[in-house]
Design a protein around this ligand. Structure first.
Ligand code: YCP
Ligand code: CO
Length: 290
């Protein structure tokens, strides 16, 4: 694998992209990060998680930190008990963004864990404009969108396009922490910034190149996995298959095609059904990637 900051090669269009940078006051940031260490993480969206990938809520519709699921609603969010305990983070958000458009603020934490490839907002009418701010990361943390794998660097603000299939996490014990902001999707991104010059949509993403894997090797792999796929091993194999695109030049969406093929080779009807419904659940059928 090689790591290089560069624009995506031709044909590799990225929907998600860096849109700004934040210069942190390190001591204040660290104080809030220590506080977050003591938070009890939410169980919301745990069906998307493999290993330790969790969220907690700093701001939402009701201010109730235990309501971990996203909601579409009129008006703006209010801080939760946890939000009030991380004043530097809320101040930073308030300095940068027009919070009258902010619906939720959450921490996405990953340590030896990741979120399986999926599309967001399949359950919503409109969804959100989602912006990530990287608070803490490490060089074994990666994100992906379709066939592109990238690193989100500390202080970077990213527009995360949840409509394209994506995945991400930290493949080491070290915790990766993102602050994730959901805004009213009707407001153009530039207008979410208090100072529009802080919106810098031309920044270069840090991409991670992976070696290709031949068709023959893939066939071999799918056949072998078909031999050991059972109800008992399904979850483990799904986790392995979902990780493969981070190290090989594959589209993260391939995960679901592969599971369907592996299940077909196992010949077990229930597993074939399970693989099909996983594809439907995580990718949705109603909305296409824009
Ligand atoms: C959300 N969707 O839209 C979640 C985040 C993945 C699924 C985790 O809030
Ligand atoms: Co997502």
């Amino acid at each position: 694998m090689s790591y290089q900051p560069e624009p995506p090669p031709r044909g590799e269009k990225m929907h998600s992209h860096p849109i700004g940078r934040v210069e942190f006051e390190v001591s204040r940031l660290n104080e809030d990060l220590r506080t977050i260490d003591g938070f009890q993480m939410n169980q919301a969206y745990s069906e998307y998680a493999k290993g330790d990938w969790t969220t907690c809520v700093l701001l939402n519709r009701t201010g109730n930190k235990n309501k971990g699921l996203s909601e579409e609603y009129e008006g703006h969010g209010v801080p939760t008990e946890y939000g009030l305990q991380v004043p530097y983070l809320l101040e930073t958000v308030g300095r940068l963004f027009k919070t009258e458009h902010l619906k939720s603020a959450r921490i996405f934490s990953a340590s030896n864990g990741f979120i399986v490839p999926h599309r967001d907002y399949v359950e919503f009418k409109k969804g959100f404009t989602r912006i990530h701010l990287v608070l803490q990361t490490n060089d074994r943390a990666m994100n992906s969108e379709q066939r592109t794998v990238y690193r989100m660097r500390v202080g970077e603000l990213w527009f995360l396009d949840g409509r394209a299939t994506h995945s991400g996490g930290s493949f080491t014990e070290q915790k990766r922490l993102h602050l994730v902001l959901d805004f009213d999707p009707e407001i153009p991104i530039r207008n979410l910034f208090k100072n529009p010059t802080n919106y810098q949509p031309g920044l270069m993403p840090y991409l991670i190149r992976r070696p290709p894997i031949s068709k023959e090797k893939l066939e071999e792999l799918l056949t072998s996995l078909g031999v050991i796929l059972t109800e008992l091993t399904y979850d483990n194999l799904f986790e392995v298959v979902a990780k493969l695109h981070f190290e090989h030049d594959l589209d993260c969406e391939w995960t679901y095609d592969a599971m369907i093929k592996i299940a077909s080779r196992s010949g077990n009807g229930r597993l074939i059904e399970r693989a099909h419904s996983a594809r439907q659940y995580f990718l949705g059928g109603l909305r296409k990637a824009s």
